[in-house]
Design a protein around this ligand. Structure first.
Ligand code: NAD
Ligand code: UDP
Ligand code: UDP
Length: 332
């Protein structure tokens, strides 16, 4: 859906230099909006947004959302937060601060501006779920003191803050619970399963299955997810969510490895490494609410979404090798 110029808005995207944020910005700019991207570049990179710098409707601010922010915008997407277990466990205190202090600041901003704000929440609020597939009314099964807690409990507290600002101050909120999403611009070193397997397969290194590889996830291609986020932002005011966004086709991690091997034509072997603590055994969204309220459902199969993702990592590898290679004159 493309908006006309009359409905052009100035939109703040926090975490805009990250994987999902940079795709969301591409979509908002192509819809005719102005975008302010706020990011502290903790896990995001300037590379993800370098193609936007000549766009007069794009602005980048290097800023940490745990500190107050004073900008004038019509709408806020709050995506800032490291998302992969390796990265959110690197500095767990900062992860909780980003979710909690960051949410308070962005909600304070939305309250002052009387503007709509969308929170990128996560399937991790369900923890290692005892209900399968996960529906939005399930309260979850979360360890409050484990290695994943900084992320899970931070995101749960952010949801609490969104609802309290909504009830107490009338802030117009939307909450998306995002399930595992993949695609071009995933960070190559963030340890997520899709990027790990593709990079290992492309370099013919062993594919690292944690545990037996029988745990399940449901993988959503980034374009589908972005479309869901924009539809949620544009949904009727009385619909706050939380709403699950993801793909409801469930795969074991071993099946994912086999699909990556088929797509890359790699001769990598599968190896087993220990399963990380508190790793959820199964995960699949119930998408009934998203279908009903947003008229949205994912369209891209994992087999199809892996193609552009593999191509991205292939090009990324070639670019990195070129950058690392000494300049012929300098090498003489
Ligand atoms: P990402 O790490 O690529 O992007 C996060 C961005 O936030 C990065 O650019 C990072 O530099 C920035 N950031 C982190 N802390 C910040 C701070 N304090 N101030 C300003 N910027 C900060 O991750 P992503 O996959 O793009 O995830 C985006 C959002 O979606 C996150 O909130 C994440 O929790 C949520 N989410 C993602 C997935 C997924 O599968 N990708 C699943 C569930 C939820
Ligand atoms: N805030 C911000 N930008 C604004 C308005 C508020 O960053 O434009 C921050 C502010 O610093 C405060 C937080 O949002 O810490 C919460 O604001 P709120 O008005 O809810 O609380 P108060 O300012 O009364 O503590
Ligand atoms: N995983 C794996 N090998 C890897 C990376 C991850 O087997 O090299 C598993 C991990 O244990 C988890 C699943 O793949 O069960 C998804 O991991 P990811 O870190 O991508 O996301 P999560 O859903 O756990 O946050």
């Amino acid at each position: 859906m493309r908006r006309n110029y009359d409905s052009c808005k100035r939109v703040l995207v926090t975490g805009g230099a990250g994987f999902l944020g940079s795709h969301l910005i591409d979509r908002l700019l192509s819809d005719g909006h102005e975008v302010v991207c706020v990011d502290n570049l903790f896990t995001g990179t300037k590379h993800n947004i370098e193609h936007l710098h000549s766009n007069a409707r794009f602005e980048f601010l290097r800023h940490d959302i745990t500190f107050p922010l004073h900008v004038e915008v019509d709408e806020i997407y709050n995506l800032a937060c490291p998302a992969s277990p390796v990265q959110y466990q690197h500095d767990p205190v900062q992860t909780t601060k980003t979710s909690v202090h960051g949410a308070i600041n962005m909600l304070g901003l939305a309250k002052r501006l009387k503007c709509r704000i969308l929170q990128a929440s996560t399937s991790e609020v369900y923890g290692d779920p005892a209900v399968h597939p996960q529906t939005e009314d399930y309260w979850g099964h979360v360890n409050p003191i484990g290695p994943r807690s900084c992320y899970d409990e931070g995101k749960r507290c952010a949801e609490t803050l969104f609802f309290d600002y909504h009830r107490q101050c009338g802030v117009d909120i939307k909450i998306a619970r995002i399930f595992n999403t993949y695609g071009p611009r995933m960070h190559r070193a963030d340890g997520r399963v899709v990027s790990n397997f593709i990079i290992q397969a492309l370099s013919d290194e062993p594919i690292t299955l944690y545990g037996e590889g029988n745990q399940t996830r449901s993988f959503c291609y980034v374009d589908d997810l972005i479309d869901g986020l924009v539809r949620l932002m544009d949904s009727r005011a009385s619909f706050t969510g939380p709403v699950n966004l993801g793909n409801d086709r469930e795969f074991t991690i071993r099946e994912l490895a086999e699909l990556v091997l088929a797509e890359t034509g790699s001769s990598s072997k599968l190896v087993h490494l220990p399963l990380p603590r508190d790793d959820p055994r199964q995960r699949r969204p119930d998408l009934s609410l998203a279908r009903r309220e947003l008229g949205w459902q994912p369209a891209i199969r994992l087999q199809d979404g892996l193609k552009p993702t593999v191509a991205f990592f292939h090009h990324d590898e070639v670019r990195r090798l070129r950058e690392e290679k000494p300049h012929p004159i300098a090498a003489e």
